[in-house]
Design a protein around this ligand. Structure first.
Ligand code: NAD
Length: 510
C-alpha cells in the first residue's frame, strides 16, 4: 500500500497537539526529526541549550530537596495519576511511537502499556519501600536498614524504546523520592516531548508537585555527557549501545557516581530435539523479526540440534520469504522499517562479512515501499553459518538471524555463552533435564533466561538487564528500586549499658 506523506505530517501535528505539546516545540528548531516510515521530515525540534540544561539540573536538585520529604505513598499518587494519563492517551502516544520509531501499531501501544504497567507497579511499591530488621549481637539493641532518596536521577535512553525506558526509571525514581532529568535519543524527541507533557498534566492534577521534578534535555550526545559529568546527579541510568556504555561507565566511575548500564545484546535460542516446533517457530519469528530486529532482546542467534535442523530451517525460510514487510500501520505488516540509512548500511556490511565467511543468506535485501522511497525497509535475513565467527559475535541492530547447528547440549550452551554480551537467552525443549540445566549455574550466562518462549518481550514485574558487555544494570521490577535509593544501617541501643561489637573492651574512667 502506498504511503501518503502529507497525511503523516498532518497526523503528527494532531497527535502532538492532543498530547499537549505546544506547536513551537516541534516546528521551530534545529533538530530535524524524520519518520522511518517514509523517511520524510516530520518536525523541527528546538535543542536544549547548555545553560538551560544546567538550569534544569539545578532546578531538579531543588525539587528533590522538597520531594524527598513528601511521604512515599503520596509520591506514589503522582505516579498513579501519570499512569492514568498514559492510559487515557494510549492510542495517541502509541501511534506517535509508531510514527517516530517505525514499530508496529500493536508494539507502539504495547510500549505505552508497559509505561502504564510500571506506574501501577511503582504506585504499589510506594507503600513497600521496606528495609530489613536485623538481629543484633548486643543485648537491648536493634539493627535495621532504612532507605532514603538519592537525588537527581539522570536517564539517557535509546531510540528503539523511546518512552518505556524513561518510565521504567522515572516511575521508580519518583516514588523513591528523587527528581529525574531525561536525555532521550536525538532520533526520538517527539515522543519524549509528549511524555513530558503528560507528566506535567499529571503533576497539575495531583497538585503541590515541586517545579522541575521531571525535566527533559532535547539534543545530542553533549547533553548526555553533561548529565554524566554533573556532580548534582548521583545516579545515571544509561540505555544504548555498548560503545555508549564504554564512554559513559568510566566517566561516572571517575566521580564515584552510580550507574545503571543497559547496553547491547546478542541473544540466542537453543532448539532441542524434543521442542514443540510449531510453538518454537512462532517464538523465533517474533523474537527475530519483531520490531525489525531492533530490540535489545531481539533474537540474533539460533542454535539448532542437527536432527531437526533441516526441518526447522526450511520452515523458517518460508516464513522469512513471505512475512509482510511495509508500513507498520498496515494490518498485513509484521516487519516495519529500519530506523535510518546508517542502520541499513550496517546490516548490509554484516551480511557481506557473513557471506565472506561462507554463510548462506536468505532475504536481507532492501524492499521499496511505494511513497516511501527515502525509507529503509528490508526483508529480514536468515543466515546459515557453520561457525560462530566475528560478525556473529557482534550486535548488528537489524533483523539478521544467524543459524548454527549443534550435536550435544554442552556444545550449544558453550556457543550461547561464547559472545561478549549477556542480555537474553532461551531454550525450546520439552525435556526437563535440558531446561533445568539451561537455567542452572552452568547454563545460560545471561540476565534473562527463558524456556519455551523467545528472547524478547519481557514483563515489567521482573528485573530487566544483562551481564558482561550488556552492562550489568537491572531496571523495572523485583528489587530494582533499591538502586534509586541510598541505604543506611541503623543500630539503636534501648538499654542502659554500652556493649561494643565483637566483645571489644574500652573502659574509660569517669
Ligand atoms: P546509542 O548508543 O547510539 O544512543 C543511546 C543514547 O545514548 C542516546 O540518547 C545518545 O544520545 C546517548 N549517548 C551516546 N553516546 C553518549 C555519550 N558518550 N555520553 C552520553 N550519552 C551518549 O544507541 P541507539 O542506537 O539509540 O540504540 C540502540 C542500542 O541500544 C542497541 O545497542 C541496543 O541493544 C541498545 N539497547 C539496550 C537496551 C537494554 O535495556 N539493554 C534497551 C534498548 C536499547
Amino acid at each position: 500500500m502506498a504511503t501518503d506523506t502529507t497525511a503523516l505530517d498532518h497526523e503528527v501535528r494532531e497527535l502532538l497537539a492532543r498530547l499537549g505539546v505546544h506547536e513551537s516545540r516541534y516546528t521551530e528548531g534545529e533538530l530535524v526529526v524524520r519518520s522511518p516510515i517514509t523517511g520524510q521530515v516530520i518536525a523541527h525540534v528546538a535543542k536544549t541549550t547548555e545553560s538551560a540544561a544546567r538550569e534544569s539540573i539545578a532546578a531538579a536538585r531543588r525539587a528533590f530537596l522538597e520531594w524527598r520529604s513528601v511521604p512515599a505513598p503520596r509520591r506514589g499518587e503522582l505516579v498513579r495519576v501519570l499512569g492514568e494519563e498514559l492510559r487515557a492517551e494510549i492510542s495517541t502516544l502509541g501511534r506517535l511511537v509508531t510514527i517516530e520509531t517505525g514499530k508496529l501499531l500493536s508494539e507502539g501501544f504495547g510500549e505505552v502499556q508497559e509505561m502504564i504497567d510500571i506506574c501501577v507497579f511503582a504506585a504499589g511499591l510506594s507503600r513497600q519501600l521496606a528495609g530489613l530488621t536485623i538481629a543484633s549481637e548486643r543485648a537491648h539493641h536493634r539493627m535495621m536498614e532504612t532507605w532514603h532518596p538519592l537525588g537527581v536521577v539522570g536517564v539517557i535512553s535509546a531510540f528503539n524504546f523511546p518512552v518505556a525506558v524513561w518510565s521504567w526509571n522515572a516511575a521508580l525514581a519518583l516514588v523513591c523520592g528523587n527528581a529525574v532529568v531525561w536525555k532521550p535519543s536525538e532520533k526520538t524527541p517527539l515522543t519524549a516531548l509528549a511524555t513530558q507533557a503528560l507528566f506535567e498534566r499529571a503533576a497539575v492534577k495531583v497538585g503541590n508537585v515541586p517545579a522541575g521534578l521531571s525535566a527533559l534535555l532535547v539534543g545530542d550526545v553533549q547533553l548526555g555527557e553533561m548529565l554524566v559529568d554533573s556532580a548534582q546527579v548521583p545516579l545515571v541510568s544509561a540505555t544504548g549501545s555498548t560503545a555508549m556504555g564504554r564512554a559513559v561507565g568510566p566517566r561516572l566511575a571517575k566521580r564515584f557516581a552510580r550507574s545503571i548500564l543497559e547496553l547491547g545484546g546478542n541473544n540466542a535460542a537453543i532448539v532441542c530435539p524434543s521442542a514443540d516446533l510449531d510453538l518454537a517457530l512462532r517464538g523465533i519469528a517474533f523474537s527475530a523479526m519483531g520490531t525489525a530486529g531492533q530490540r535489545c532482546t531481539s533474537l540474533r542467534r539460533l542454535i539448532v540440534h542437527e536432527t531437526i535442523y533441516d526441518d526447522l530451517v526450511a520452515r523458517l525460510k518460508r516464513v522469512y520469504l513471505s512475512v509482510g514487510v511495509g508500513d507498520p500501520r498496515d494490518s498485513g505488516t509484521l516487519v516495519g522499517p529500519l530506523i535510518d540509512a546508517r542502520s541499513f548500511t550496517g546490516m548490509q556490511a554484516s551480511l557481506e562479512e557473513a557471506r565472506g565467511a561462507g554463510a548462506t543468506v536468505t532475504g536481507g535485501e532492501r524492499v521499496v515501499v511505494e511513497g516511501a522511497e527515502d525509507a529503509f525497509y528490508v526483508r529480514p535475513a536468515l543466515v546459515e553459518i557453520a561457525e560462530q565467527v566475528g560478525v556473529v559475535k557482534r550486535e548488528t541492530f537489524a533483523p539478521i538471524l544467524y543459524v548454527l547447528k549443534y550435536r550435544e547440549l554442552e556444545e550449544a550452551i558453550g556457543l550461547q555463552n561464547d559472545v561478549p554480551q549477556g542480555l537474553s537467552s532461551s531454550i525450546f525443549t520439552l525435556n526437563v533435564r535440558e531446561a533445568e540445566r539451561f537455567l542452572s549455574a552452568t547454563g545460560s550466562d545471561c540476565g534473562i533466561a527463558n524456556v519455551n518462549i523467545g528472547t524478547s518481550g519481557a514483563e515489567i514485574g521482573g528485573a530487566f538487564g544483562g551481564e558482561k558487555e550488556t552492562g550489568g544494570g537491572r531496571e523495572s521490577g523485583s528489587d530494582a528500586w533499591k538502586q534509586y535509593m541510598r541505604r543506611a544501617t541503623n543500630t539503636i541501643n534501648y538499654g542502659t549499658d554500652l556493649p561494643l561489637a565483637q566483645g571489644v573492651s574500652f573502659e574509660i574512667d569517669q
